[in-house]
Design a binder for this molecule. Sequence first.
Ligand code: C2E
Ligand code: CA
Ligand code: CA
Ligand code: CA
Length: 279
Amino acid sequence: SKSQGRDQAQCYSSSLNIESFKKFTLSNDLRKALDKNEFFLQYMPRVDTNTTEILGAEALIRWNHPDWGLVSPTDFIPIAEETGLIVPIGEWVLREACKQNKQWQDMGLPPITVSVNFSVQQLLKQNILQSIDQIVEESGISPDRLEIEITESSFISNEKEVIQLLVELKKRKIKVSLDDFGTGYSSLYLLKRLALDTIKIDKSFVEEILTDPVNKSIIECILNLAKALHINVVTEGVETAEQYAFLKEKKCNEIQGYYFSRPIDPEEFMHLLKNKLMI
Ligand code: C2E
Ligand code: CA
Ligand code: CA
Ligand code: CA
């Protein structure tokens, strides 16, 4: 009926307002979230494909918003990047992840590498190296127990600066991985020049690995290329036994995905690490 239509239209326009209101308040609240201790980290294991041993973990930020509850990083990281807040937030993540890794080490757990995501705004920050050095030193971890994950898009229009930064990280034995590989600015020239430790194959290629021959070929191709360049490969988004079996057969070094574990709280990760083997 007509009146129903009007109600629906009203409802629709107010939900649009709620969306923009939410974005507006989120960016305001983001400024205070660090001081109010609303962020925490979860860890997602990186597993040796052959042995199912835990080799490392990716630190993933979580925001517990007082009104909205858990807000996904895919919603607030872009806002943090637009507003520049990603710099202090990213520093907090790095400090927290290094401290946590040191704690696990001091408990006598098997040594692992913890990887931390870096947005391009962080990489281009003045004195970024001093800030990384200081955080690593304060934490007491050895630099080769830290990995920094960057994406291909970081190189767009900042290629020289970012390449130079990676050279400096390498001198310090801090590891570097190229995240979401295959989704952006994948240049073979860059792969060769960067001396990366690891490529992380994006989860979009894994979804239809067994039914889509193109995705299957892309993964095989990346694995061969990485082998030739002596770069370690992690495949992300592995959810099923079939996907795992395929990647094992193709000799992908490491797996990260729900098949082994979702991102979990530090306490729960510690228990996994005690057992060391995922299967
Ligand atoms: P990412 O760096 O590609 O991280 C992997 C994302 O894929 C995580 O989502 C993880 O939970 C998800 N994932 C991994 N395996 C599977 C799987 O098998 N199935 C499914 N469905 N998902 C899987 P999350 O934690 O929501 O993070 C989303 C993105 O937010 C990250 O993507 C990263 O770009 C960004 N992010 C998270 N933490 C940070 C941070 O501390 N700093 C920055 N700059 N970005 C971050
Ligand atoms: Ca990542
Ligand atoms: Ca990724
Ligand atoms: Ca990503």
